[in-house]
Ligand binder design. Structure first.
Ligand code: SAH
Length: 401
């Protein structure tokens, strides 16, 4: 007998949609809000699979149900004939891995990027032989054993860890948990990126342990940092700064407010034999950059990768002010002809708005700028155009004149 861990659709509970949501769902958007549902047929259990129909009775897809969530259904497939079971997840994981390999990823990548891979609320990061999972909604959480089994089948991993210690799970009535989903292993692992080594502690650090989304962008600084005096702020474990040292910077100083991030960043510098050139200090970047501006300190390259500043649309002004302020302070420190490398990781600030913020900062700093590169997150975090949450990272290099 095939074991199914999730709750399957044998009872064939049905959800009928209101007319107004037709276009969005038909164009592939997987979210259905409670107020977009006309009628629920049967009594679907929280986390179970339901069949979804458009207002006119046409089949819309199959997805997972949770009446406790504002998003009452998240669609997993538009195919009526496929059964959501262990094989479904095995096929999906294979599909995701084939796609990443096609794009050139071999060791580390975001293997599954939720909605953008038609696996809503599932995140899987691959760090060589180790995997870190987040299941952020009940309907995907119930399939965790099937997902783990699929990873074991495809990769024979050395370890799988769950980082479900995130507040968003509360919206789904899920507890905050972290721990092994495989035999225990040493969670301090080492990865290679662009020829450099980085320690990643998948148990104790932010997100799933490492910002894979900037891995393509870290390569983009290669030419501008040669022979340069560089400062980086919001460095976390120092990935951009260590790349700068490796790519031939004269000196690199990284700043982060978190002591443990700075300790790890300094360890990463040592790991790559770059400790004489690349150093990290604990500091509030806002204060220090302002101070150095007053002291007329100047650098060839300033790199900024601040946190989101806001998580809600209501306080978007706060984020705009934060981004403008830090970029203004950074720009003032750049020698004529030097470069600003700057990022924003919230999807609430759209690319056009981000460029406007940088333009405002340049105006206030009385500097002219010209764009060198403007790109987004790494390609292993696919973007689906009608799902705004899938595009979130902005990465910009400008020359500052
Ligand atoms: N560039 C990093 C990711 C940065 S995450 C990478 O690619 O890996 C944002 C970092 O900003 C966090 O490490 C956080 O500790 C730090 N941070 C937040 N507020 C800060 C502040 N006011 N001054 C300095 N660092 C800050």
């Amino acid at each position: 007998m095939a074991i199914t861990y999730g709750l399957t659709c044998t009872a064939m509970n049905k959800v009928h949609l209101k007319r107004k949501i037709t276009n969005r769902v038909a164009s592939g958007h997987p979210w259905i809000f409670a107020n977009e549902v006309e009628k629920v047929e049967g009594e679907p259990a929280a986390g179970s699979i339901v069949q979804v129909y458009f207002f006119d009775g046409k089949f819309a897809g199959q997805g997972y149900f949770n009446a406790q969530s504002q998003i009452i259904v998240r669609l997993l497939t538009q195919n009526k004939n496929v059964e959501v079971n262990d094989t479904f997840f095995l096929d999906k994981i294979n599909e995701c891995w084939n796609y990443r390999q096609r794009l050139g990823y071999t060791e580390n990548c975001r293997l599954v990027f939720g909605e953008a891979d038609s696996l809503p609320q599932l995140i899987i990061d691959k760090f060589n032989d180790y995997f870190v999972i987040q299941t952020l909604a009940l309907g995907i959480d119930v399939w965790k054993p099937a997902i783990v089994k699929a990873l074991q089948t495809v990769f024979k991993p050395k370890g799988i860890f769950e980082r479900n210690d995130v507040p968003v799970r509360e919206l789904e009535g899920l507890p905050s948990v972290k721990g092994y989903l495989s035999d225990p292993f040493n969670t301090k692992i080492q990865i290679n990126e662009n020829g450099l080594k980085f320690n990643v502690d998948v148990e104790n650090v932010q997100k799933t342990g490492y910002f894979l989304d900037q891995q393509d962008n870290r390569k983009a600084i290669q030419n501008i940092v040669k022979g340069a005096d560089v400062i980086g702020a919001f460095t976390y474990t120092g990935t951009f700064e260590i790349h700068a040292g490796f790519y031939g910077a004269k000196s690199v100083l990284g700043l982060d407010i978190s002591e443990s991030a700075v300790t790890q960043a300094n360890e990463n510098a040592v790991l790559n034999g770059l400790q004489d050139k690349v150093k990290f200090q604990v500091a509030n970047a806002f204060d220090v950059l302002k101070q150095w501006g007053k002291e007329d300190k100047r650098y060839d390259v300033v790199m900024l990768d601040p946190p989101a500043f806001t998580k809600s649309r209501a306080t978007i002004e706060k984020a705009i002010t934060g981004y403008k302020e830090i970029n203004l302070r950074g720009m003032k420190l750049i020698k004529k002809g030097g470069f600003l490398v700057t990022s924003s990781c919230t999807n609430l600030v759209k690319p056009e708005l981000f460029l406007q913020i940088i333009e405002m900062a340049a105006r206030d700093a009385k500097r002219k700028i010209r764009q060198v590169v403007f790109q987004t997150q790494s390609a292993d975090h696919p973007i689906i155009w009608n799902m705004e949450n899938t595009q979130y990272l902005k990465f910009l290099i400008v020359q500052v004149l």
